[in-house]
Design a protein around this ligand. Sequence first.
Ligand code: 5GP
Length: 197
Amino acid sequence: MSPDERSQYQEMGGDIREILFSAQQIQDRIQALGDQITQDYRGKDLLVIGVLKGVTFFIADLLRAIHLPLEVDFLAVASYSAEARNQGLVRLVKDLETPINGRDVLFVEDMVDTGLTLNYLLRSLRMRQPASLQVCTLFNKPARRLIDTPIKYVGFDLPDLFVVGYGLDFRERYRNLPFVGILKAQALQKAGKNSAG
Ligand code: 5GP
């Protein structure tokens, strides 16, 4: 752990049980993804699309690791009930500002878990007839997948664990941790008591 990480770790009240990926490990992997994407998209009309808001940390670093001219746009989806989520229902609350037909689209996610959100969004994007559509996710949980979704670029595969940090939240907290880790059971319970629902 770097001195910065240690201080942020302590300020979060030691809510983290274990650090899975340090800030340096995350940056190294993103550089490698950026190199690969730079090679694959040379000469193409690249439009990178992210889903707010967990992806903002990852996409900011990934875009700077891609050494090509590109454009970026964002979608936002509503938080949904567990029931709706299990059926793969997602409500788009912010649409793209850029038309994507004929563009080479790289869709960037922070996490693919069951794959239901991604599947829904990809179906909606395909209807707009991009020239190509590929997916890049920082984290992937293959063991949790309910629907098969093709992912070209994967940062890290994860086991079936709930993680926070580097954009990933628990009840809107912990996004600003520079590393990714697992919360202590007490932190999950404490948030449960403090939360209105
Ligand atoms: P999916 O539709 O693939 O099941 O859901 C993906 C979304 O679930 C992610 O974008 C993220 O918001 C949330 N998610 C899934 N696993 C985790 C996790 O381990 N930690 C956090 N913070 N969010 C997760």
